[in-house]
Design a protein around this ligand. Structure first.
Ligand SMILES: C[S@@+](CC[C@H](N)C(=O)[O-])C[C@H]1O[C@@H](n2cnc3c(N)ncnc32)[C@H](O)[C@@H]1O
Length: 327
């Protein structure tokens, strides 16, 4: 029997909500912005001080104050105090693996149609950035089953997710292990793969994804994109995959100087979505070239060593090592 509530105030509180509303409380995350636009993010702790090269101020000065307050250090530096948005938090939190940027997380939630109450399978977890967006989208009544094969990254992700939601999230299950070996048979509505070799997991996830469910893969390079799309296309349990990328350009708007900013994030990754078809259905595949050519393309990948990019520098070193030339 479903419960009914007289007013919104009587509903059980959604995880992390009190952490995001009202005046600042002990344990809340605060993001300070200084006059040069630099951010400093930390948890408010009674009795602690925030130190800068321009003096300090007490955390207590912010407790009980509304968001958007300006606080001044003993050296006269002013800071605007706000709670970090999820998009701020994922860029400031400690990282193990490279994170999915907010622009891509938004596309993943929208294009994979992740809805409140959905059951989502995610691998790998990395630093837990995308996990936060998925948990937000499914809410307390959904499920996010996350898999991560590196223990150190799983620990970082667990800390990051708990810090953001102010404690454990009731919809989250984190499993340590390689997805293919550790995958449990729980049925899911959506699958999100952000890993070096998603093609190795396509068959395994097809077994737990419901008919009509969405598989979405995030990959960094064109060679990964090609192999991922070809694998999904040849698998037989998915409709035609749809690859795309998103570019976001911020603008400078000042007087008559209205133009795109000189700098932008030029490349993050590519996304591919595909719908699971019902078992026993002959998928109408749009073939652009003979299957033999696809097989030859497969041979070209033989012997290419898989390296998980930990950060941008590692990713570059891995690319150089694979090409065999000098920086
Ligand atoms: C780029 S990171 C994921 C970043 C994450 N989406 C985020 O936003 O923070 C890729 C992660 O996938 C993990 N991984 C790669 N292959 C895996 C597999 N087969 N099973 C489980 N984890 C895997 C790696 O250890 C790495 O932590």
């Amino acid at each position: 029997m479903s419960e009914t509530y007289e007013s919104a105030d009587q509903r059980p509180e959604e995880t992390g909500k009190s952490h995001r509303q009202g005046p600042f409380k002990p344990g809340d995350l605060v993001q300070l912005t200084d006059t040069k636009g630099r951010h400093h993010t930390f948890a408010l702790t009674p009795g602690k001080q925030f130190h800068t090269h321009k003096g300090y101020f007490d955390h207590d000065a912010l407790l009980g104050e509304p968001e958007g307050t300006v606080v001044r250090s003993t050296g006269g530096m002013e800071y605007l105090a706000l709670r970090p948005l999820l998009s701020d938090y994922v860029l400031s939190m400690p990282r193990g693996a490279a994170v999915v940027y907010p622009k891509d997380a938004a596309q993943i939630v929208a294009m994979a149609d992740v809805y409140p109450g959905a059951r989502v399978l995610e691998a790998g977890v990395g630093s837990g950035a995308l996990t936060c967006s998925l948990l937000r989208a499914v809410g307390d009544g959904g499920r996010v089953y996350s898999y991560e094969r590196r223990e150190d990254f799983a620990a970082i992700a667990e800390r990051n997710v708990q810090t953001f939601f102010g404690g454990p999230h009731p919809a989250w299950t984190l499993t340590l292990g390689d997805l293919v070996g550790a995958l449990r048979p729980d049925e899911v509505d959506r699958v999100v793969l952000d890993m070096l070799a998603p093609w190795e997991c396509v068959d395994a996830v097809a077994k737990v994804l419901v008919p009509g469910g969405v598989l979405i893969c995030y990959v960094a390079t064109t060679t990964q994109l090609s192999r991922t799309v070809e694998t999904i296309r040849e698998h037989g349990r998915f409709a035609e995959p749809a690859p795309f990328e998103s570019l976001v350009r911020s603008w400078h708007v000042e007087g008559l100087a209205v133009r795109p900013d000189h700098r932008m994030v030029g490349h993050t990754g590519f996304l591919v979505t595909a719908r699971r078809v019902a078992d026993g259905v002959e998928v109408p595949v749009r073939r652009r070239r003979p299957a033999k050519a696809a097989a030859e393309l497969g041979d070209a990948w033989e012997g290419v060593e898989a390296v998980d990019p930990v950060d941008e520098a590692d990713a570059r070193a891995a690319r150089i090592a694979r090409r065999g030339d000098l920086p």
